[in-house]
Design a protein around this ligand. Structure first.
Ligand SMILES: C[S@@+](CC[C@H](N)C(=O)[O-])C[C@H]1O[C@@H](n2cnc3c(N)ncnc32)[C@H](O)[C@@H]1O
Length: 289
């Protein structure tokens, strides 16, 4: 469910190319897999009626649409994403439901948001891909009202998420060109170190920073497992260019490596994540304080 760590331009190319296409094609599977995270993020929303929510790296829009459903027609929920195919998918979904949600196709790191135009900024796994995270979070803070909150979910380290790296570890002998994970570069695990996340938020001007571990029980239907690892992540990307023989070998080898997670018709694993929250400014003191 991740993409190869790389520079900003390469991230943009990946999400507008192979990774974006793979996410659109497996959206049904990803929506089921990631639903508990979206529920946790969206059910926690508490803002005034008519509040304005920004969903960063919104992908195909699941959490943006869920927030709009929860907050009702007076709210203004907007999703921003760098990927054309994912924003197109989000807009198509929005057309199917009567929703006030809107979608912006842009880089959230540099997009010129109207200043102080959002009361809440959320993200489900959409903020780990900036090439300059301090600049990106400073830009988001400009878009936030002074009493706005930031709340996002990001992965902890690869070591704490062995399910997520099972495919690449098993496939490595067959796909020697698989790129190594570089933890301080944009990518799935770039927010694994909570001290780094804290520093990024502090340097970009956010306050009241709180970073808590979130361990979430996740399931994937066993019938979807091969589709999951052969379309997504570094192995999914590498298989797009592999010959049929390599592809068959990789699928067999990797499928066996997932055996410990398979329980009958269900694949089960625990996702090790961070629930991160912060505020745009310190709460103002009343005159008596
Ligand atoms: C792991 S996906 C998560 C998608 C969505 N939040 C979800 O949970 O289904 C990461 C998303 O971040 C987007 N993204 C990456 N870099 C971005 C940037 N600089 N600005 C906006 N979106 C970005 C990608 O296009 C992708 O849709």
């Amino acid at each position: 469910m991740d993409i190869t760590p790389n520079t900003g331009k390469e991230q943009e190319a990946l999400w507008n190319g192979p990774s974006g296409r793979a996410w659109v094609e497996t959206q049904d599977l990803l929506d089921r897999l990631l639903e508990p995270f979206g529920d946790r993020l969206v059910t926690g929303i508490s803002i005034r009626s008519g509040g304005r929510v920004l969903d960063v790296g919104c992908g195909a829009g699941s959490t943006t649409l869920a927030a709009a459903r929860l907050l009702g027609p007076k709210s203004r929920c907007a999703g921003i994403d760098i990927s054309d195919p994912l924003i197109a998918a989000a807009r198509a979904r929005a057309e199917q439901e009567s929703t006030s949600a809107t979608f912006i196709r842009a880089n959230a790191q540099t997009y010129s948001f109207d200043p102080a135009s959002f009361d809440l900024i959320i993200s489900r796994f959409g903020v780990m891909f900036f090439d300059d995270p301090v600049r990106a979070f400073a830009n988001l803070r400009q878009a936030a009202t002074p009493d706005a909150a930031l709340q996002f979910i990001a992965w902890r380290t690869a070591a704490e998420n062995p399910f997520m790296t099972t495919a690449e570890r098993a496939a490595a002998p067959l796909l020697p060109k698989l790129p190594p994970r570089k933890l301080d570069e944009p990518g799935q695990f770039s927010f694994g170190d909570s001290r780094r996340v804290h520093t990024i938020l502090e340097e970009s001007g956010w306050t009241s920073i709180d970073i808590q571990p979130l361990d979430m029980a996740c399931t994937v239907p066993e019938k979807d497992l091969v589709r999951y690892f052969s379309r997504l992540g570094p192995v999914g990307l590498a298989l797009q260019d592999a010959d049929d023989r390599t592809r068959t070998q990789v699928i067999q080898t990797v499928r066996s490596a997932f055996d410990p997670y398979v329980h009958g018709a269900e694949v089960r694993f625990t996702a090790a994540c961070w629930m991160v929250s912060a505020r745009a400014a310190f709460p103002s003191l009343t005159p008596n304080e």
